[in-house]
Each structure stands twice: as C-alpha cells, then as structure tokens.
Ligand binder design. Structure first.
Ligand code: PLP
Length: 417
C-alpha cells in the first residue's frame, strides 16, 4: 500500500447502516479475478481489508473499513461526528481506548457566495470589502458588528418581501399545474405577509431528521400560527426517497395538515426541494428549524446557509450546531445527550420546541422599539452573522483540510514513495 500515507478518508454518516456492505460471495463473483490477476493477492486477502475480523470468512465486506485501512488519516465532518465515528470504528482498533481511535474532524462549511442574496452581497461588500471570503477573514467579525440596527432590520424586511413574493408565485404556479380551482390559485397570490415572522423547514424527509416533530401537537402548532397579535407563517419544503415509505408518509402528514382551511393562510408546503428552492428559502426566512435525532446528523449544512443572510437557527444540539451554539446567537433544542428513537423523548422535545417558540422566539420578534425595530432580535442576528458566518464558510474548511491533512499527507506520500 504505497499510496496509504497520502490518502485521507472523510466519513460522512453517523449511522453504521450508512456504510455500504457486500456479501463475500457477491464480492468474490465480481472482484475475485480482479484481486488475483490485477492486484496479485488472494480474494481472501482482499476481503480481509474490509472486515473488522479478517479471519471471519462470513463477515461482509465493509467499504468504510477498506477506506480506513487504506488511508493514512481519517476525519468526520463535525466535532460531534468525529466522536461518533471513533465509536463506530472501534471494532477496527481492538484494545484502543475510544478517544484514541485515530479519527479527527474537520467541520463542513458552505460556499458563502453561492448562498448569499444580492442584497446580502451588497451589505457585506459595503462593510467588509469585495474579497472578504478569501484569506483568513479575521476582520469580518468586527466589520459586520458595526452595522446599525436600522440598516440590519431594513435588510431583513426586504429579504422577507422577496421570499413572500417568491412563495406566492411558486405556490400559485404549483396549484395551477395540479388543476386546483381558480379561486385557490388566486388566493395563493395574496398569501402571507412580509411583516410576519417566517419559519422555514426544508429537508430530505428521512425519519432520523424528524421532519414532523413540529407537527407533534397539530392544535398547539395551529394556535401559534394563527395568533392574531403575533402571527407566524411557516414554509415547509422537502422530498423523500421514492423507496422510503416512512418518509413519504411524513410528507402526507404535513400536506393534510396544511390543507385544513384554518391552517391554509399560515403554512405552505413546497414540493421539488432542490438547490434553487433552498436558495430562496435561506435568503428569506427569519428562523431556520432543524430537528434531527442526536447524534445522527453528521454535520448538517442547510442551517449554515442562512447565516450570511441574517436568518437565525433553532436547532437540535447535533452536528455543527452542537459546536456552534451559544445563547446569544440562536436557539437550541435538546439536552446535548443521546436518547435514541425513544418516543417519550421525541414528545418531550416537541413540547420543548413549542415552548421555545411561544416564550422566546415569537415574543422577541414582536418586541419593537419606537422605530418598530425588534432590537433584541437584531442583536441576536448580528451576533449570528458576525461570529458564525466566517467560521462556517468553506474557506475555513478548505484551509483546515489543507493544513491538517493535504500538506502532511503529500509529504508523507513523497517520503514513502
Ligand atoms: C443544503 C442542502 C441539503 C443539506 O441540508 P442538511 O440540512 O445538511 O440536510 C440538502 N438538499 C439541498 C437541496 C440543499 O441545498
């Protein structure tokens, strides 16, 4: 294994079932000749590289085990995922203490220029310069902190207007395309209000992401949405894998809730979740909600996309949020412990989510000063933009990969070769 010294394996899932595994007979059928004729080793020797116990001829071939064995270093994609991965790969390091299993982490970041709106680009350019995402980004935090409450709030109001226009346009088009009655299509053109608090939730509908946690108590949710003094509007978007029956059922739960006449003015479901739709959502929502079951969200990146645009995260303490969260920059769900898929815990977290919205998020958004600015909200938003945007940008991620892995790996490889 000459190249081993220069190989880096980045593991991307926190779930053992996420690793590809193949039965030995299947593996032999397709790769037996390759092992013997091209690699010059026996099929058994090749299979051994993908097994926790190389001597166990019944053990399937695990691709992630092969990757670890063939790499000089390995990493997870957030701090918590590094820890989870050390536990998942313990079978390959018998007798090693868990914390010494040689897997580190590099937390993902998003390519900020892909996700910022035109007006976010303008705001950051005015305050931090044109080449702000390139280099070490040291002064960004101070520079963006200097922006006034009035400027930041004006920026958010116009973001909210753009999103409401987009949602109206998109929903009325979707309704027309599916043959909805003309009055419903027309109603969609007047839906929502740019001055109302907008919550966004867009996900692949996989069960570990708990896309229906917010729907745990539909009446309580409706009560929050339809409150006359402090209304809330909700945009849900998502897609489930065509073979994922459970995920499809979760989508139906949302669509039937939203079809209720009393819910319809306050919530919409947008289908065909893709990057274009994500772009509009992350640029315009006030709060981005994420409710995975800890610790199964390896990193999660969609919440990072709202940072540059002044959106605030309300998320389970999982993936990136477990290392990013402090009370001044957003809201956290969960106790920072693992509870598996225990239904009683899901119920407790759903109640905690409603409490958080009712007692913290909604009142803060509607607490206005004499200029109609929610000053505590704007302060939280400024903290989130200033301290998180540079930290969770791809620029920082690429630098860490280069310094911690690529450069040492290249040197090790040269030496070995
Ligand atoms: C960012 C993004 C994702 C990843 O979102 P997570 O919250 O990390 O699951 C998935 N799909 C699309 C279309 C995205 O833009």
């Amino acid at each position: 294994l000459v190249t081993r010294a220069g190989n880096l394996f980045t593991t991307h899932t926190g779930v053992a079932a996420g690793f590809d595994r193949f039965a030995p007979a299947l593996f032999g059928q397709y790769l037996g000749r390759y092992a013997e004729q091209k690699l010059g080793i026996t099929l058994q020797d090749l299979l051994a590289l993908g097994r926790a116990n190389p001597a166990d001829s019944s053990e399937p071939f695990n691709m992630a085990y092969l990757a670890i064995r063939g790499s000089g270093s390995a990493n997870g994609v957030s701090r918590l995922h590094g820890k989870v991965s050390r536990r998942l790969f313990m079978p390959l390091f018998p007798r090693w203490p868990e914390e010494e299993v040689p897997i580190g982490h590099v937390t993902n970041g998003v390519h900020t220029p892909t996700w910022d709106s035109a007006s976010a680009d303008e705001l950051w350019t005015q305050n931090c310069g044109k080449n702000r995402w390139i280099g070490t980004a040291d002064s960004l935090e101070q520079d963006i902190r200097r922006v006034s409450d009035a400027t930041l709030w004006q920026f958010r109001i116009s973001a909210s207007k753009s999103l409401v226009e987009y949602a109206r346009e998109r929903l009325s088009r979707d309704l027309a395309a599916t043959g909805a009655p003309p009055e419903e299509v027309e109603a969609a053109r007047h839906l929502f209000d740019p001055n109302t608090l907008t919550l966004g939730f867009a996900r692949r509908f996989a069960t570990y992401k708990r896309p229906n946690l917010l729907l745990h108590d539909p009446q309580r949710l409706l009560g929050l949405l339809a409150n006359a003094q402090r209304p809330v509007q909700l945009i849900i978007a998502g897609k489930a894998h065509p073979a994922d029956q459970a995920g499809q059922a979760l989508i139906r739960e949302w669509t039937s809730f939203i079809r209720r006449p009393e819910v319809r003015p306050h919530a919409i479901f947008l289908s065909d979740y893709d990057m274009l739709l994500t772009e509009h959502l992350v640029q315009g929502v006030d709060v981005w909600i994420n409710t995975p079951r800890r610790p199964w969200e390896a990193c999660g990146t969609s919440g990072m996309k709202v940072l540059v645009n002044g959106g605030i995260n309300l998320s389970e303490l999982d993936g990136w949020w477990a290392e990013a969260y402090t009370p001044e920059i957003g809201w956290a769900l969960g106790d920072g412990q693992e509870h598996g898929d225990e239904p009683a815990w899901d119920a407790a977290e759903a109640e905690a989510l409603y409490d958080l919205l009712e007692h913290d998020v909604i009142p803060e958004f509607y607490a206005r000063d004499g200029r109609d600015i929610p000053t505590a909200w704007v302060a939280r938003m400024r903290n989130s933009m200033a301290s998180l945007t540079p930290r969770f940008s791809a620029d920082r991620t690429v630098r860490e990969y280069t310094e911690q892995h690529y450069l040492p790996g290249a040197a090790n490889y040269r030496e070995r070769a």
